[in-house]
Design a protein around this ligand. Structure first.
Ligand code: ATP
Ligand code: MG
Length: 569
């Protein structure tokens, strides 16, 4: 049954109501199906790291279980030993936990079901429902036909049962090399559904499996493993993405080999998450990692959950984004600006405000006493009444942003320029009196006088000037490294472009700055993974590469919201 998206689609943006999948679950529960039980599952293949698309599936699977008081299994779909690795298993578990979900004691592996699946395959052979095909995969593909042209039956299709059974057993005993033969279901070579044209059930793989070692030489295909695994676990709702719609009849057919009328898991499909300027295919992500085009799976430019985490994305921001894009029956390309909007909102509420100058130039206050230090109280987060204040030293020599000064400014420049006044945030009003340049004409120092009456608590505290600049006191400033990121890909939808996707990479997606000046309070307290707002600049997250005496920050996202612009377009 296909659900028209318009009827049941709920955009999470509105915050209330159920999405169409949850609506279907609710109806099943109310109808008393499966004895009122809800059991979903998240079934990753451990052949790569989880990305934000998987997060959409995880939030659906675990989230729906949470919402209706059901349970969600974690099942590793470990049916292909050639591509899978425990590194991925560990990373997948870490990332699901990070998102805030837990499978408790419901951790399963498709490989746990190999004996049962194998037994089912033998039974189907004995019942004349499966046969061993000795053709190459190319020959089999060539005989598939097209949706309008029926397929051609394999010359091995009517092999006697005993021969099939003998060959299948010998396939599994390791008598034949990889690719020599396959076990196929005998269904219908003329079916409208291409998946019914004698789908492959088992293939030979000699690579040892990370869990079952050398026990098996035949491994079930996805279609022969997935539905039955759901069935073995008592899964009631098998929620997956739209590309599985045409697989559903086969899913149900294989499950019906096991099930009675009282229980059959129900497959429901929703649209994938696709992001602009991003590739999501695990094969391509693996290639980026293996070829050193990014610095590992957790490179902050990657759409992987570990990459997003390192970049500074929070579980709350990812859930907010997934809620906004919603679950529908239509494929869509989601704008990365909306994801950025979600993280900006979350960090705005929670990130501690600090002062940092990324492109510093020295400012000298010529009338401020040499050697004197005052302590200014800075708001740690005006959005959070519990955040309080922290102390920041002020002195005669300060760092300000180079971009905050112009010698010959245009009309609307309200930052610092000769003879103009600005306020230094949380401190004094200053007036620029001149600059010092090097031989090439580059500005080395800016000079200003300080209105000593203008700081908070003094008579001139309320005097208004147009611009306010952030600053860091020079003698106590600490140098840190900042990694600035841009889109990993230079084109909006790299997944659909012709040619080599690697040619579409943005060559300027990473810029490393050394010598960024930060206030001492930040340098003393910053720990890996913490989020800060660098005043006027953006949100930054402490990178795990940080060491004693060398802090590294990842720029998570700038302050300016580009999403508003995006929707108006
Ligand atoms: P592949 O099967 O090609 O290795 P995959 O991305 O489908 O890649 P799985 O490990 O099979 O990887 O995915 C686990 C679950 O996550 C599946 O149920 C799948 O439908 C879902 N999923 C994967 N990518 C997305 C996406 N972009 N949006 C939403 N769900 C996704
Ligand atoms: Mg898959």
């Amino acid at each position: 049954m296909d659900i028209p998206a318009t009827d049941n689609m709920t955009q999470g943006q509105e915050g209330q109501g159920l999405n169409f999948v949850e609506q279907l679950i609710k109806e099943d529960l109310e109808a008393g199906k499966n004895g009122g039980r809800l059991n979903t599952r998240f079934p990753p293949e451990p052949n790569g790291y989880l990305h934000i698309g998987h997060a959409k599936a995880i939030i659906m699977d675990f989230g729906a279980a949470e919402k209706f008081g059901g349970t969600c299994n974690l099942r590793f779909d470990d049916t292909n030993p050639q591509k899978e690795d425990t590194e991925y298993v560990d990373a997948i578990m870490r990332d699901i936990h990070w998102l805030g979900y837990d499978w408790e004691d419901r951790l399963y592996y498709a490989s746990d079901y190999f004996p049962k699946l194998y037994a089912l395959a033998e039974r189907m052979i004995r019942e004349g429902k499966a046969y061993v095909d000795e053709q190459t995969s190319e020959q089999i593909a060539a005989q598939k036909g097209t949706p309008t042209v029926p397929g051609t039956p394999s010359p091995f299709r009517d092999r006697p049962v005993e021969e099939n059974l003998d060959l299948f057993r010998r396939m599994n005993a390791g008598e034949f090399p990889d690719g020599a033969m396959v076990l196929r279901a005998k269904i219908d070579m003329a079916s409208d559904n291409m998946h019914f044209r004698d789908p492959i059930m088992y293939r030979i793989i000699h690579t040892p499996h990370w869990r079952t070692g050398d026990t098996w030489k035949v491994y079930p295909m996805y279609d022969f493993a997935h539905g039955q695994s759901d069935y073995f676990e008592g899964v009631t709702h098998s929620i997956c993405t739209l590309e599985f719609v045409p697989h559903r009849p086969l899913y149900e057919k294989f499950v019906s080999e096991l099930a009675d009328e009282s229980y059959c898991p129900r497959q429901i499909e929703f649209n994938r998450l696709n992001l602009t300027y991003t590739v999501m295919s695990k094969r391509k992500l693996l290639q980026l990692v293996n070829e050193g085009l990014v610095n590992g799976w957790d490179d902050p430019r990657m759409p992987t959950l570990c990459g997003l985490r390192r970049r500074g994305y929070t579980p709350a921001s990812i859930k907010d984004f997934v809620g906004r894009i919603g679950y529908t029956k239509y494929e869509a390309l989601n704008h990365i600006e909306l994801l950025e909007h979600s993280v900006r909102e979350d960090l705005n509420a929670h990130a501690t405000r600090v002062s940092a100058v990324v492109n510093p130039v020295k400012l000298v206050l010529t009338n401020y006493p040499e050697g004197e230090t005052e302590t200014m109280l800075m708001d740690s987060n005006p959005e959070d009444p519990t955040a309080g204040t922290h102390e920041m030293p002020f002195s005669r020599e300060l760092w300000i942003e180079r971009e905050d000064f112009m010698e010959n400014p245009p009309k609307k420049f309200f930052r610092l320029s000769p003879d103009k006044e600005v306020r230094l945030k949380g401190a004094y009003i200053i007036k620029c009196t001149g600059v010092k340049k090097d031989a090439e004409g580059n500005i080395e120092e800016i000079y200003a006088t300080c209105d000593m009456d203008s700081r908070s608590g003094l008579p001139g505290a309320d005097r208004k000037v147009k611009g306010t600049l952030h600053w860091v006191s020079a003698p106590t400033a600490v140098d840190v490294e900042v990694r600035d990121y841009d889109r990993l890909f230079a084109v909006e939808n790299p997944a659909v472009e012709e040619g080599d996707f690697r040619d579409l990479l943005n060559p300027d997606s990473l810029k490393v700055r050394q010598g960024v000046k930060v206030e001492p309070w930040l340098a003393e307290r910053a720990k890996g993974g913490e989020h800060y707002q660098f005043q006027r600049l953006g949100y930054y997250t402490v990178d795990p590469d940080s060491e004693e005496g060398h802090l590294v920050f990842n720029k998570t996202i700038g302050l300016k919201d580009t999403w508003g612009k995006q929707v108006k377009k």
